[in-house]
Design a protein around this ligand. Structure first.
Ligand code: G3P
Length: 220
């Protein structure tokens, strides 16, 4: 199988998504209620703008917990655009709805995943994506990347098709380690994607090249 590691933007900022898009760093977008709050704008307006800007999957999260209410919200979310992925919490009701939506061909992203068991349940329920929260596990002194590794091995053992979308990415190191253990995709805040390009030796080397070029009195 041909594999490309996908990069998703974990943000609800249309401006930041547009900038990342210029270098193919937006294979998709993930949002959540906290990211919507941070933008301080109308949810439907933001969702429509992001979905028209990005052709890949855009995860929009439900904001209730009972299957009945989540179903109503999910049906509204998929009306927004064809590329909407319904983001559901990894709870028992979330899993039930995941199975229901997946059976209808609607893509689901099961979020707030913290264990291999939860990832197994998401796969059994037919979820398109599972989102293990790397940084929040690290916050609890549990190695988040180890979870990504365990899910990768297990999904491969049983040929589950659910994609591992590593979330709660807080550093360049997280991204490197996700790539090494075979996450299908990472979703990171734009600021983290930006610093991936930084290295002090790159800056130092560039300064020296510019200095020498100036001394050469030449032009390109
Ligand atoms: O993708 C989930 C993400 O938005 C949560 O990140 O840093 O709040 O744990 P964080």
């Amino acid at each position: 199988m041909v594999y490309e590691m996908k990069f998703f933007a974990d943000t609800a900022s249309v401006k930041k998504i547009a900038e990342l898009k210029t270098i193919n760093l937006v294979n998709g977008v993930t949002t959540n209620p906290s990211l919507i709050l941070k933008e301080g704008k109308d949810f439907h307006k933001i969702a429509r703008e992001i979905c028209s800007l990005v052709s890949g999957p855009v995860s929009l999260e439900v904001s209730s917990t009972s299957i009945k209410e989540m179903r109503v919200e999910a049906n509204k979310l998929i009306e927004i655009s064809d590329n909407v992925v319904v983001k559901l919490p990894l709870t028992w009701d979330g899993l039930k709805l995941c199975r229901e939506l997946s059976d209808k061909g609607i893509k689901v992203n099961m979020t707030l995943c913290f264990t291999l068991n939860q990832a197994l349940l998401a796969a059994k329920a037919g979820s398109h994506f599972v989102s293990p929260f790397v940084g929040r596990l690290d916050d609890s002194n549990i190695d988040g990347i180890e979870l990504i590794k365990k899910i990768r091995i297990t999904y491969d053992n049983y040929q589950f098709n659910t994609k591992i979308l590593a979330a709660s990415i807080r550093s360049q190191e997280h991204i490197e380690r996700c790539a090494l253990v075979g996450a299908d995709a990472i979703t990171a805040p734009p600021e983290i994607l930006h610093v991936m390009a930084d290295h002090p030796l790159t800056e130092k080397g560039l300064a020296k090249f510019l200095e020498d070029w100036a001394k050469s009195n030449q032009k390109i």
